[in-house]
Unconditional design. Sequence first.
Length: 313
Amino acid sequence: MDIKNHSNKIYLEKLKKLVPKNLIIKEVNEDKKELVNQFLKSRENLGFTFNNLNSHFGKNWNYNKYPYGNIMIDTNSNKIVGFMATIYSQRIVDGKEYLCCNLAHFYVEKEFRMFAYFFFLYLLEREKVIIYSHTPKGSIMNIYRKLNFEIQVMKYTISLGFNLKSMFSENFKRLKIINDTREIKNILDKENMKIFNDHKESNCLHFVIIDKKKILKPCYFVIKRIKKFQIRLVDIIYISNVLDYKNLAPEVFNKISLLYKSFLIGQRYFKNNEKFENNFSLFSRTVEKFVPIKRYDNFYVYDTLYSDHVLFT
């Protein structure tokens, strides 16, 4: 263990000792799900729109081992005084499996908010897991910083998808969109088939871009149709092989716009090489948001699969 990690471990132990003995953390599995639903429904000023806790992604997920979230209980009154939603997932990247945890809804009763960090201490005891939050409250960003989370900037760009000029290019004719479920299943590899199966019950749409010349591998997209600024747009959740198709982005965007009858396309990314660069940069708008991340094996999640962007927007 290096000096930095050793110092951080000592700091976390000191913080843990400051938590009152009457506060405990319990995991929310199937038998506590309805209890939490009733608690959150009874709260005012949650700071988020609450929907009942339901199964997240895929089938046969073990919610006893990887729960819906955690609750903080005051043992003096035997009441719930806080909740943090956890969206666990198992990701396969380059043949290696990673356990990930997206932190979503977060609420603590006012008189216990000074001990909100207790949730994070509990989660950090889990080893070999990537923890991140795509929609953190600004009021708790200092907690992430003090607990040694890496703070990255996630950009969200909305740009014009329709491009009249690209319709007459050879590359536009070269590409084809497949959005028939039966055909998609026959195209996807094992890694992307898992993503498809995990998200097919959510309100996502799926399609594959095919290169008729068969030079490039098929490119799998997961998207949502959402409304922002009172305008309907296509929101990109996942692109399987961005780098292969970056030079064809104007043609890809154009085909997406025509298929879903939407002129605007939104996408989130950390680095420019994770972004589809469309021609119309002058007609785009980009906003930035801080994203706290705890890496494992130097890996982090740069897409918005298995997150609150899918479940709650």
